[in-house]
Design a protein. Sequence first.
Length: 169
Amino acid sequence: MFSKSKINDPAPSKDADASKPAAPSAPAPQATAQAKPSEFKASAPKAKPPASLLSADLHVTGNMKTTGDIQVEGTVEGDIRAHLLTIGESATIKGEVIADDVVINGRIVGRVRGLKVRLTSTARVEGDIIHKTIAIESGAHFEGSVQRQDDPLNPGAKSSPVPKGNPAA
């Protein structure tokens, strides 16, 4: 019913190669010719590249923009735009932060725009937060305003309308 897995077996001996039937080898070139594009995709899956890391001893002056992920442990004086932005506990950002996901463990002085914004217990934010969803852990320090928008990454977007009671006629 069960058979031994051959994953960990050493390479097959020449005797094992000789025992293989010869019939499947004839259509093999034709199959590989047709399957080459799909084999390439299967053998090279789209692996997510690791986040770019700005180390604690790094001080950057200027704006940064990427479609990838950034983890900041140092100091940045300028705006940052990324897919996922993680601000480390020792990091300080002075400028606007725009990302799909923002995880703040350190300090930001400036506006934060994100679809998902998370302030951990070690976060210190001095500025406005414009978000679609937000989470603020106990112990986080925050001075500023919080505004929910359906599209917080677009600076011209308006906040979602709040239905009011009976309008005055």
